[in-house]
Design a binder for this molecule. Structure first.
Ligand SMILES: Cc1cc2nc3c(=O)[nH]c(=O)nc-3n(C[C@H](O)[C@H](O)[C@H](O)COP(=O)(O)O)c2cc1C
Length: 167
């Protein structure tokens, strides 16, 4: 027996996630990018991260054949950038806010952080591919608050919850 898809999505919407934009450049020099909240750290040694990409996405071919990709971890002020990089049939780079960053890949200067990866492995994940990247460079903007996606809405991380029981 399999869970109902709506119930599954509803339960997953209760899992707060980061808001990132993954970027890559193909062999013809064309830039690709998508908004992804399925980003996660995976391993410390070696330093690995992952992001999951829908097999039906227009960016799937470019990312699964890329040798490098850049994860931009969005800041609180950037939900509009997240929405633009989730929109279909538009030039997501048209606004001109993506500039060459680590590896020369398109990045946001004022992202909360950036994580530059060499492709480690692409794994099968049902209707998604799991892009596992080996981290080669990072950049952190210490004064930026990261944006959160929770309950199908953009949110601010709550920093003042009492750490009950924590030492
Ligand atoms: C907040 C947010 C998070 C998203 N996270 C993911 C994700 O982790 N993986 C994914 O494949 N698509 C994710 N999407 C959808 C993609 O950004 C994009 O809309 C989808 O791949 C369709 O794009 P296409 O027109 O390139 O096919 C997310 C969209 C939003 C708004």
């Amino acid at each position: 027996m399999s869970v109902d898809a709506t119930a599954f999505a509803q339960a997953m919407s209760r899992v707060p996630g980061p808001v990132t934009i993954a970027t890559a450049v193909d062999s013809a020099g064309r830039r690709w990018g998508f908004t992804g909240s399925s980003f996660s750290s995976l391993s410390l040694d070696p330093p690995l991260v992952l992001i999951c990409l829908d097999k039906k996405a227009s960016t799937h071919q470019a990312f699964t054949t890329a040798d490098r990709f850049l994860i931009n971890i969005l800041a609180l002020e950037q939900p509009d950038v997240a929405m633009r990089f989730a929109r279909s049939g538009v030039d997501r780079f048209d606004a001109g806010d993506m500039v060459p960053c680590e590896f020369g890949l398109p990045g946001l200067k004022d992202a909360a952080a950036r994580v530059a990866c060499r492709m480690h492995v692409v794994l099968d994940g049902g209707d998604h591919s799991i892009l596992v990247g080996r981290v080669e460079e990072t950049h952190v903007s210490g004064d930026r608050i990261p944006l959160v996606y929770s309950d199908r809405a953009f949110a601010r991380p709550v920093a003042d919850v009492q750490m009950a029981g924590a030492r």
